[in-house]
Design a protein around this ligand. Sequence first.
Ligand code: NDP
Ligand code: ZN
Length: 351
Amino acid sequence: MKGYAMLKIGQTGWIEKEKPSCGPLDAIVRPIAIAPCTSDVHTVWAGAIGDRHNMILGHEAVGEVAEVGSLVKDFKPGDKVIVPAITPDWNSLEAQGGYSMHSGGMLAGWKFSNFKDGVFGEFFHVNDADGNLAHLPEGLDPAAACMLADMVPTGLHGVELADVQFGDSVVVIGIGPVGLMSVAGAALRGASRLMAVGSRPNCVQIAKEYGATDIINYKEGDIVKQVLDLTNGKGVDRVVIAGGDCDTFAQAIQMLKPGGQIGNVNYLGEGDYVKLPRVEWGCGMSHKQVKCGLMPGGRLRMEKLASLLTTGRLDTSKLITHKFNGFDKIEEALMLMKDKPRDLIKPVVIM
Ligand code: NDP
Ligand code: ZN
């Protein structure tokens, strides 16, 4: 079969591989809609997880089941499914401990385009099919549903990590597709003042549509000062980090009230250390918490998040700025993600 792969750090291309084989608990899926991710860009061009050779890329897909193992109960060939980017081993000790995304080791629930071939192939393998696949609800557009694989669960997880409560003031740093889902998630969770940090005009517009009350442009001055100016020097209850770099944590601490919480889902592609400013961190006694996480996967969560779309509570179609048709367009879509033209939010390829 054909797939679009990371050949080595900094290099991608089309390759031929054996079609994956199906274990008794597994499924083989054929993609219907796929989306490239900023994480694919970090993986290939920043070498963020180290070198990988001839590994098929991609971890965001909606597909059709082509084959299931003998022990799979709830899925059969022909079923349309949403495939979460994170596919844990549900019988692992880490999953039993509540951290399924780290099943088998840190970040090891992230298998596609990390430890095994991803979804940019004519077929791909899904472990633990009953636990990891979700049925695509009738009538849901596959392109909009494809945002459920990673953008929705990651953006919303940032909000969960920051533990946004009714009436909280919140800053979301970064309003690419992930941060836009954090803005939407913070609004769903009852944030009051909701400040969004970004600069691309279409992201700014959509952040407002998802509930941002204030926009902060990080290119027009220090974001800490801008947040403090908007809050009479008091700062905010919660910060969600969905963009920026290692220095963003220091800014988040500086704009946070004592007892506040930071939820980070940004993938730090470069740099060695994250530093926290000692004084603004209350010399270690501020009760300012930092929580960081990889999105949780799994069927239950995926089906619950899909119900946000089917009930009209969340509209992910706003994220899709570029649509391509045909498997061969994967390369073009990924390069678009790498080059990030200013009108891009998220590209999707329909097979
Ligand atoms: P984008 O690159 O589309 O968006 C990044 C956002 O951050 C943009 O709004 C950008 O602003 C803003 N930004 C960039 N630099 C700064 C800065 N110095 N200060 C403040 N804001 C800044 O990324 P995505 O939305 O696609 O992804 C966000 C992150 O989430 C990525 O690192 C991705 O790898 C990660 N991720 C994490 C997952 C997880 O499970 N934890 C899963 C999936 C993705 P501008 O408007 O100027 O572009
Ligand atoms: Zn992704």
